[in-house]
Design a protein around this ligand. Structure first.
Ligand code: DGY
Length: 318
């Protein structure tokens, strides 16, 4: 008898084949009547395959009374009620580390593209404006400027290392000073924004960081400032950011994440001082395969009684 596993959000095709070979998969993601499927198999499923874009809350947990593991194919888990999962005896696993380089690369891609107006320049060439109107207006240099990083975790550090190579001075804010780095620490986010030419948001999403970068930080970054967000749309006060970008109170923004995904506020599309990416910082074959494999490997560890590879909220209570 193969164990029953609920698929709330599928993972990569090759890893889905591996899962199918080992388990009886119940496709909640494809179910015409999700409630009927949960009523039928909810008791039998001790494991779930999911993703950070799916909500795992008390209501769903109540329909899965024997669930022990929710294996997610994303690093972020802000859509999952971690406290409720812990109370319910469910361990969440996520996919840290394997996406760090790709996400940090996209932060730098957005940083440079935004400051050097890559998209405007591309249009300048394609449209014939170059021939008609002459050179693109000058842009602002990056080397020698200051970058403030909000959240010096694994991804924040990878961004900081890349920024050093660009000859940027690095400062950061976070819950506490990191004893193993000489980067300037700012306990206050608004002070960091005031010091910075570029502010890069690399913190986790969720209730603790909701609108953390608000109107005051945006105003402190100012008309010459560049805001980069590769974390979660929720971390920024998005209406305040849009208003500042429109009025010139904030210079420019490079964004991978938004409040309303996948249909962000249409105001973004009308602005030339933003560079937009569709929440795809980890979207390479190599990284997505590694993330999917972690889902498979965490489930294997669970079903063979071994320690989980990347648990978020403690080990499985067997
Ligand atoms: C993550 O892994 O959390 C990324 O944002 C992709 O979902």
């Amino acid at each position: 008898m193969k164990p029953d596993v609920l698929v709330y959000y599928p993972t990569r095709a090759r890893q889905m084949e591996m899962l199918e070979a080992r388990y009886t998969l119940h496709r909640l993601d494809l179910a015409a009547d999700p409630d009927a499927l949960l009523a039928e198999v909810g008791l039998r499923c001790t494991a779930m395959v999911t993703n950070g874009h799916r909500v795992l809350d008390r209501a769903l947990l109540a329909k899965l009374p024997n669930l022990k593991i929710a294996a997610s194919s994303s690093a972020g888990y802000d859509t999952m009620d971690v406290a409720a999962c812990t109370e319910h005896g469910v361990t969440i696993t996520n996919t840290p580390d394997v996406l760090t380089d790709d996400v940090a690369d996209i932060a730098l891609l957005l940083l440079l593209a935004t400051r050097r107006k890559l998209i405007v320049g591309d249009r300048w060439v394609r449209s014939g404006d170059w021939g008609r109107n002459g050179p693109l207006p000058l842009t602002s240099a990056t080397a020698g400027k200051r970058v403030g990083i909000v959240g010096l975790g694994r991804i924040g550090r990878a961004i900081a290392h890349r920024c050093e190579a660009l000859r940027l001075e690095v400062g950061y804010t976070g819950r506490s000073r990191k004893p193993d780095t000489a980067y300037a620490f700012f306990p206050d986010l608004v002070e960091l924004a005031r010091w910075s030419d570029i502010l890069v948001i690399a913190t986790t999403g969720g209730a603790d960081t909701q609108a953390l970068v608000g109107a005051a930080a945006i105003a402190a970054l100012g008309p010459e400032g560049t805001l980069i967000n590769i974390a979660r749309g929720t971390v920024v006060d998005e209406p305040a950011m849009i208003a500042a970008l429109q009025s010139g109170g904030l210079g420019a923004a490079g964004l991978d994440v938004y409040l309303n995904e996948p249909t962000p506020d249409p105001a973004f599309a009308a602005m030339d001082n933003v560079v937009l990416y569709p929440h795809h910082a980890s979207g390479t074959f190599e990284t997505r395969n590694a993330m999917a494999q972690l889902v498979v490997d965490n489930l294997s560890a669970y079903f063979s009684g071994k320690p989980l590879l990347t648990p978020v909220n403690g080990e499985i209570q067997r």
